[in-house]
Design a protein around this ligand. Structure first.
Ligand code: MN
Length: 491
């Protein structure tokens, strides 16, 4: 592995970093070198190589100076004679607070499910207090995965699994696709070595057989875009990552030929309007497959992802997916919340995570539960299962777990809508309340204002814990009322 120095970090910084910023980064590096003096990594290198690599990743993400400095010093309080107060004295409150956040996530003594739940809880709490803490933690985990060779096999597997089960889903929810992909693929080979080897072989073979024709399709599209005078920032093949491919293979009968976006063609243009012009051109060149056109530009995914997707019968009937977006959408797709630092023009660093609906759900679940195991079960159910996106009649996107029903949808909108729900329409058709919703469904709930309590049977099919809790609550309070009125009558 290549040794890095503070110059490598400085070299990544753009013109928006001042001389003082650079001086602070150099000062932090000198501090870290002294603090970690004599310590080695399991790979045999000087320990300080680890925090420097973490800081390099953060610099590549163009995070602010405080975050980069916190990356350099993140292991100081835990592993060296220097304390968080020493850091506060030399580097100020903000940096000390970030490092304290990283340290608090820390390492855990629990085992099994207990450990998993506690870890998850700490990550989420840190994230809500300052999302930069979690981004440092991701960079930390990334380098630990890259240097996993030197680690004991049982510990290696634990770190890899934890990455797949906790880190990657959170990165996904924050829309940091680039880091998520890297974390997943590094962890995949340690967590499931056989499966990794299988996917790698399938993928390499597929690339060999398909790349020529994909290149053809790309060139023909490119020619047409030039003819139509559409400025293009980028056009090229994008390969699906191994771990995502693996998960999709399991869903598609292990047949890689059924994964149409394994090699997708990605086109990045200059503005949103050009996205639609490109879509038109692609459809003029090739026949689109019905039901596979997705407009995430007009209807972004809840984590902010925007793009147009379409799957077409390309050259010689070859089925291929196109992903069309502009440069800002691309930044958001790759960097998610981190894009707010990466592309400074996207605006303030005070991203209000608490406004994101899934974070709101997490906080409310967290508040209502004390016991870790129960917390974990709910979280797993609601947050990390695969999600579907459905629409309200106003075109708002509602994000629900897979297999959610109209009743889950109703309670997601409002408790009263849930309690008064008497019917549902999906895509303008009347359906039963236990119908399983699908991605892209337009859902409309019929309510009856005179109805005040939910149907107990709903408990047998609802999927979200929010719906379950609210149904139980309403039934309970209903019984209480009934009981009180009965008592009144008898007295
Ligand atoms: Mn570390």
């Amino acid at each position: 592995m290549q040794l890095i120095t503070v110059e490598d970090i400085i070299a990544k910084l753009g013109s928006e970093y001042s001389e003082e910023d650079k001086a602070l980064i150099i000062k932090a590096t000198e501090f870290a070198i002294i603090a970690h003096e004599g310590q080695k990594r399991s790979t045999g290198e000087d320990y300080v190589q680890h925090p420097l690599n973490v800081a390099l990743t953060l610099a590549e993400l163009r995070m602010d100076t405080a975050t980069i400095v916190a990356g350099i010093l993140h292991d100081v309080p835990e592993d060296t004679p220097y304390s968080i107060d020493d850091i506060k004295k030399d580097f100020g409150k903000e940096i000390a607070r970030l490092i304290d956040g990283v340290t608090k996530i820390g390492t855990l003594k629990y085992r099994g499910l207990e450990r998993y739940a506690e870890n998850l809880r700490r990550m989420l709490m840190a994230m809500i207090s300052d999302v930069r803490v979690i981004i440092i933690k991701f960079a930390d985990r990334l380098h630990n995965l890259k240097t996993l060779e030197g680690v004991r096999p049982d510990k290696r597997e634990r770190i890899a699994l934890e990455t797949l089960e906790i880190y990657a889903p959170i990165a996904n929810r924050l829309g940091i696709d680039q880091l998520r992909g890297e974390l997943e693929d590094l962890a995949f080979q340690y967590a499931y070595p056989k499966e990794y080897a299988w996917v790698r072989e399938l993928a390499q073979h597929k690339i060999l057989t398909d790349s020529k024709i994909i290149d053809h399709i790309k060139k023909r599209t490119q020619k047409e875009l030039v003819a139509e005078n559409i400025p293009v920032a980028y056009i090229g093949g994008r390969l699906k990552r191994y771990y995502s491919t693996y998960k999709k293979l399991l869903r598609k009968g292990k047949d890689i030929d059924k994964i149409y976006d394994f090699i997708a063609i990605r086109i990045i243009v200059k503005n949103p309007v050009d996205c639609y012009r490109v879509l038109g051109i692609v459809h003029k060149l090739w026949t689109p497959i019905r039901g596979r056109i997705k407009d995430y530009v007009a209807q972004p995914k809840p984590n902010g992802y925007q793009s147009l997707h379409t799957t077409v019968f390309g050259e010689k009937g070859k089925i291929v997916e196109f992903q069309i977006r502009d440069e800002t959408m691309h930044a958001l797709a790759e960097y998610g919340v981190a894009a707010h630092w990466f592309y400074k023009e996207l605006g303030s660093k005070n991203i209000d995570l608490e406004k994101m609906p899934w974070i709101k759900d997490l906080i409310s679940i967290q508040k209502s539960l004390k016991d870790n195991t129960a917390y974990l079960e709910k979280i797993k159910l609601d947050i990390f299962n695969e999600r579907i996106f459905v629409f309200t009649p106003n075109g708002d996107v509602i994000d629900l777990p897979k297999e959610a029903t109209p009743v889950d949808f109703a309670y997601h909108i409002h408790t009263d809508v849930g309690n008064q729900c008497v019917g549902a329409m999906v895509n303008d058709r009347i359906v039963s309340l236990d119908t399983i919703l699908k991605n892209g469904d337009l859902v409309e709930i019929t309510i009856n204002k005179h109805r005040t309590k939910p149907n107990e049977d709903w408990l047998s099919f609802v999927k979200t814990s929010i719906a379950k809790d609210k149904i139980k609550q309403s039934l309970k309070s209903d019984r209480k009322k009934l009981l009180t009125s009965l008592l009144k009558k008898s007295s």
